[in-house]
Design a protein around this ligand. Structure first.
Ligand code: CMP
Length: 139
C-alpha cells in the first residue's frame, strides 16, 4: 500500500458479529453489488452505536452520512409520516444516500433500544479509493 494512501480504522469484532453484518449486506440489493474486497473492509470498519427507544436513526429529506446494519432491536420505517414497515436484526439500511448522494428517502426510528453498526461516508469513500488504488498498482 502506498505511503500516501489514507488508512481507515478497523474495529475488532467477533466472528458472529462479522457474519451478521456480512449477511445483512448480502441481503441488500444495492450493497451486494459492491466488490467483495470493498465489503470486507466495510464490515471491518463499522462501529457500534446504541439508539434509545423512540430515537430517530435517519430523518427523511436530510443529507445522509452513514450506512447502517441493525444488530439488535427493532426499527420502523416511515415515508411522509406513513409507516412502511419494520426492520429486524440483520438488515442493512441507509445505503441509498451513501451510494447515490441523494437525500434520505425515508425516516427510520428505533421502536426499542437498538444496537446498530455504522459506517461513515468518509470511511466508505476511503475504502473505495484504497482498493481502486491497489488494483491500479497491479497493472
Ligand atoms: P436512505 O434513503 O439512505 O435512508 C433511508 C433508508 O430507509 C433508505 O436509505 C433505505 O435503506 C431504507 N428504505 C427506504 N425505503 C424503504 C422501504 N420502502 N422499506 C424499507 N426500507 C426502506
Amino acid at each position: 500500500r502506498a505511503a500516501h494512501t489514507p488508512t481507515v480504522k478497523s474495529v475488532r469484532k467477533d466472528s458472529q458479529t462479522k457474519k451478521l453484518i456480512n449477511g445483512a449486506i448480502m441481503n441488500n440489493d444495492f450493497l451486494n453489488k459492491l466488490e467483495p474486497q470493498h465489503l470486507r473492509e466495510m464490515v471491518d470498519c463499522m462501529y457500534e452505536k446504541v439508539y434509545t427507544e423512540g430515537q430517530l436513526v435517519i430523518q427523511e429529506g436530510e443529507p445522509g452520512n452513514y450506512l447502517y446494519v441493525l444488530a439488535d432491536g427493532l426499527l420502523e420505517v416511515f415515508q411522509n409520516g406513513k409507516l412502511l414497515g419494520e426492520m429486524r436484526p440483520g438488515s442493512a439500511f441507509g445505503e441509498l444516500a451513501i451510494l447515490y448522494n441523494c437525500k434520505r428517502t425515508a425516516t427510520v426510528k428505533a421502536v426499542s433500544q437498538s444496537k446498530i453498526w455504522a459506517l461513515d461516508r468518509q470511511t466508505f469513500q476511503t475504502i473505495m479509493m484504497q482498493t481502486t488504488q491497489a488494483r491500479h498498482n497491479e497493472y
